[in-house]
Design a binder for this molecule. Structure first.
Ligand code: ACM
Length: 269
């Protein structure tokens, strides 16, 4: 399939109230069914601010089993839509800030956030998965969670692994920076990007809304404002993301000078 519909749901999760958050998402079932892919914010079912592991543990879920996974599998099946959502994952005593992917046919994929932001380092365990690209109906989707935007290497690896779209589940707090950064990630990799952000405040953190979908040329195809609950969907043509030419003599993949980039792969100064 070369043309398909993708969107985001921007909302304000209720802190520590999974039931309320799943009910809100369920309210959009009919609209979700109009899209092939829907992206939800980071930690969409629990809210964001937890100070300790013990505080978050009761709200986290082993994936993909448990009531939150059951809800999303059912939603994906009922709507025939790929659902990509942020979720707090537990594995034994470990906690991960995870992006879970629920397929309409019951398949499941996940990516654990590798660039933890600020006090997330006190709550979540360090993940060791490489940036991941998943596939659905011939659409290749690169997975990213919020602060991953600040590491261009992450989006570049996803592009090199063949991603047409960056699915970016977010709880952005630095005003406008993540949205601007993702526009650049789209331009420099010639890929679509979908940033699904949240809005509202939680314990002193103000989230910036302004979810957006950006084309490979950097055009903002749709966006939400700073504090609206909304689901937006656009039509996407994959061929736009397959052409990496910037001019007849410039190609974003083949013009790279990898022999000069060795420093990127080392932490030494
Ligand atoms: C963030 O990574 N949630 C800012």
């Amino acid at each position: 399939m070369k043309t398909f519909k993708a969107g985001f749901l921007q909302f304000k999760p209720v802190h520590k109230d999974i039931k309320a958050n799943l009910s809100l998402i369920e309210k959009y079932e009919k609209k979700i069914s109009e899209a092939d892919i829907i992206v939800l914010p980071e930690l969409a079912t629990t809210g964001y601010v937890f100070e300790t592991k013990d505080e978050l543990l009761p709200f986290a879920e082993e994936l993909p089993v448990g009531p939150q996974s059951e809800f999303f599998f059912k939603l994906a099946k009922n709507t025939d839509t790929l659902i990509i959502t942020g979720i707090a994952e537990k594995e034994g005593t470990k906690l991960f800030n995870t992006q879970a992917v629920f397929y309409p046919d019951g398949e499941f994929e996940k990516y654990r956030k590798i660039h933890l932001f600020y006090q997330e380092k006190n709550v979540f365990d360090m993940a060791y998965n490489e940036p991941r690209v998943i596939e659905y109906k011939d659409i290749r989707i690169g997975l990213m969670i919020c602060f991953d935007w600040a590491f261009p290497e992450h989006a570049r690896i996803l592009m090199l692994k063949g991603a047409h779209i960056l699915a970016h589940s977010s709880n952005l707090v630095l005003p406008g920076l993540g949205q601007a950064g993702m526009r650049i990630r789209s331009i420099e990799n010639r890929v679509f990007s979908i940033t699904a952000n949240r809005f509202g405040e939680e314990m002193g953190f103000k989230f910036t809304g302004m979810s957006q979908i950006v084309s490979p040329g950097g055009e903002i195809l749709t966006k939400a404002n700073e504090d609206e609950e909304t689901l937006k969907i656009v039509s996407i043509n994959l061929e736009e993301a397959e052409n990496k030419n910037i001019t007849p003599l410039n190609n974003l993949k083949s013009d790279r000078r990898t022999e000069l980039y060795k420093k990127l792969c080392h932490n030494d100064t």
